[in-house]
Design a protein around this ligand. Structure first.
Ligand code: ATP
Ligand code: MG
Length: 360
């Protein structure tokens, strides 16, 4: 799929801006703090229903204005469509002009995969960042998954409240059985999705990584492993019950898919401990390319790639491999220096102080 046109009104540092994209490589360049990432953010918002960098929607509205609007016109294999977001005291989405009631209804309509330099945190930061990567990927493919996650969070919140009531108010312990059942069931359903998708990644990441790193000598082997506190409803329930005493003491739930993690191994050693900066970066590139392949296989359509400052992270060899891999996709690249990717029909925009000017 590809985006034909993006229209921004009072979004971040833009007033009224239209950007027309080409079907292949689109370069958005300009100095720091001019509004390049804001463009990526606007597209991402229409794709995933929220920003990738701001928790507060009000931050997205231009200072001193009351409403921001983003509109995306896109084309898929079989149809055209629009997604619009209006942000004021709330955030409302429209698909083809029709108001949507749930965020899950808009996720996955515009399929994007985002690459940013901070993706390296998927390896370096804590398990929460890795779960977020996986959850976002699955959500964009299976909207149903979002309901499961929301449901899970509600159960955890209620169970944690009750744990505190047992601890401080001597409420009966056996009432926990209801929450435990629900928690185990929901954990097992989420586990199934996560396990399936980590499995899909692990099936293709090895080959991708070999191609990225193989220049004859530094042949790296990469592995990815999903760690959870159970594998089916019974095992989750058993472990939740075993942890009950500690849960009551601490006032929160210690077992469940909110503790899951993914471990990356490079040559059979954990990449977080033994991978160099460059090796960790290569893993991220392989991981995202692997995601790309999975999204393509499931949707039978190419997602749009959003590369925020990402090309500068790649050396010549990796850049060449990467460009070869993404040649059939629409790619929107931000960079500070105008790069020439020798693509025949590339579109170039120069950004200065919230104004985009087309050059090619
Ligand atoms: N709500 C807002 N209203 C007006 N301006 C805003 C708003 N939010 C952010 N900005 C401005 O947008 C600019 C940052 O935009 P952006 O992050 O897109 O920069 P960039 O071009 O990607 O820069 P870099 O190269 O440093 O990544 C800043 O100058 C910031 O003050
Ligand atoms: Mg930026």
């Amino acid at each position: 799929m590809y985006i034909n046109k993006l229209t921004l009104n009072n979004f971040r540092n833009y007033n009224d801006q239209e950007i027309e994209f080409g079907n292949n490589i689109n370069i958005i360049y300009g100095d720091n703090a001019q509004g390049k990432t804001n463009i990526i953010e606007a597209i991402f918002l229409c794709s995933m229903g929220r920003s990738f960098r701001s928790k507060k929607d009000s931050d997205l509205i231009k200072f001193d204005k009351s409403d921001a609007k983003i509109k995306i016109e896109y084309k898929k294999v079989d149809r055209e469509g629009t997604t619009e977001a209006i942000i004021n005291s709330q955030k409302t989405f429209f698909i083809n002009g029709v108001k949507q009631n749930r965020i899950s209804d808009i996720i996955g309509k515009v399929n994007t995969i985002i690459f940013t330099p901070s993706d390296i945190d998927i390896i370096k930061a804590g398990p929460q960042r890795r779960r977020k990567f996986l959850d976002m990927m699955i959500s964009s493919l299976k909207p149903n998954y979002i309901y499961l996650l929301n449901n899970y969070n509600k159960i955890i919140e209620q169970r944690n409240n009750y744990l505190k009531q047992i601890h401080f108010e001597n409420k009966p312990e056996n009432m926990l059985d209801i929450w435990d059942e629900q928690l185990a069931l929901c954990s097992s359903q989420i586990f199934e999705y996560r396990n399936k998708y980590v499995d899909k990644i692990s099936k293709n990441i090895g080959d991708i990584h070999k191609m990225i790193t193989n220049c004859g000598k530094d042949n790296e082997k990469i592995m990815i492993k999903y760690i959870s506190t159970g594998k089916d409803k019974e095992s989750f329930l058993n472990n939740i019950k075993k942890s009950r005493k500690i849960d009551i003491q601490r006032g929160y739930t210690n077992i469940g898919i909110h503790k899951d993690d993914i471990i990356f191994y490079i040559n059979e050693r954990p990449a977080v401990l033994f991978g160099s900066q460059g090796q960790q970066r290569s893993i991220i590139l392989s991981l995202k390319l692997s995601e790309l392949q999975i999204v393509y296989e499931e949707n039978n359509d190419y997602p749009i790639l959003l590369l925020d400052d990402f090309m500068s992270e790649l050396d010549f060899k990796r850049r060449k491999f990467f460009l070869e891999k993404i040649k059939n996709h629409q790619v929107i690249i931000t960079c500070t220096d105008k790069i020439d990717l020798e693509s025949k029909n590339q579109v170039v925009y120069y950004i200065e102080n919230g104004k985009a000017t087309r050059e090619i």
